[in-house]
Design a protein around this ligand. Structure first.
Ligand code: BTN
Length: 264
């Protein structure tokens, strides 16, 4: 892990703790930003820092990741102007994490321009293309409180530098003011994580559903282990963030695990 000042030449607006802090509102005083020029994965590094006693609210951002981690064991590819960061957060003892990744997706969608949608379980879409991804990993329990590393990648700028198969389904936001964008996301995230800590996903369910890109559309549900997809109509999510899939025979609830959803 290498800590150097952010490279001002490659990034439209450099990111540094002192440029972010004055922009924060709800997240002010709740977030401690550390910026790395390069690391393998901010999730991996923050998991290690959590083991060493880093407090909740630690935010690790990397200008480059050499082994960014995505869902389902995939690699997360990051364009040169993108945002890749991980936040260490704690939930109160006894608060199950059901729907946590959906809550985080909702926070990002609400911070991005109007029209941003969500694809279960936690892809953030603009114009049907992926603009952000989320990977949450458990950082163990401290004094009875479960802690999580919440990893977020947001595509900014051109997606041409991404591998062709990723670029084909990705889009990027304008990258001219990264500190402002990061501050907006963090402010929304803190508000939603507080609501989640108090009440779980249930109070966020209807807002998530309003942004559901596949609401009432025919979809295929694929399992990581392979096999035929389950076909059905996407009916949104329940109060735990589980997918409601209406098949020919019944309304099934699907827990977010090693599954993915595609339009038929
Ligand atoms: C996905 O959609 O597959 C999830 C992608 C999550 C990527 C972010 S980038 C910052 C953080 N560090 C990682 O290694 N992964 C997450």
């Amino acid at each position: 892990m290498r800590t150097t000042p952010p490279a001002t030449d490659r990034h439209a607006t450099p990111l540094a703790p002192e440029s972010l802090q004055p922009l924060l509102r709800e997240a002010a005083g709740r977030i401690d930003l550390q910026v790395l020029e390069e690391c393998d994965s901010t999730n991996l590094q923050l998991l290690a820092m959590a083991k060493e006693g880093a407090p909740a609210g630690t935010l690790l951002l990397a200008e480059r990741q050499t082994a960014g981690r995505g869902r389902r064991g995939r690699i997360w590819h990051q364009g040169p102007q993108s945002l890749a960061f991980s936040l260490l957060w704690r939930l109160p003892a006894g608060r199950p994490p059901h729907g946590l990744s959906l809550a985080v997706g909702l926070a990002i969608a609400e911070a991005l321009p109007a029209g941003t949608q969500l694809k279960w379980p936690n892809d953030v879409l603009m114009d049907g293309r992926k603009v952000a991804g989320i990977l949450i990993e458990s950082a163990g329990v401290q004094n009875g409180s479960p802690r999580y590393v919440i990893g977020i990648g947001i595509n900014l700028g051109e997606t041409d530098a991404l591998p062709a198969d990723v670029a084909a389904i990705a889009t990027g936001l304008p990258s001219d003011d990264r500190p402002q964008l990061l501050a907006k996301v963090l402010d929304r995230l803190v508000v939603i994580l507080d609501a989640f800590a108090a009440h779980g996903f249930a109070p966020l369910q209807s807002r998530w559903q309003m942004r559901n890109a596949y609401q009432d559309l025919a979809v295929n549900l694929f399992f990581a282990e392979g096999g035929d997809p389950v076909q059905g109509v996407c009916r949104g999510v329940d109060a735990n963030g589980e997918l409601l899939l209406e098949t020919a025979t019944c309304l099934q609830t699907i827990a977010s695990g090693e599954v993915s959803l595609r339009l038929q």
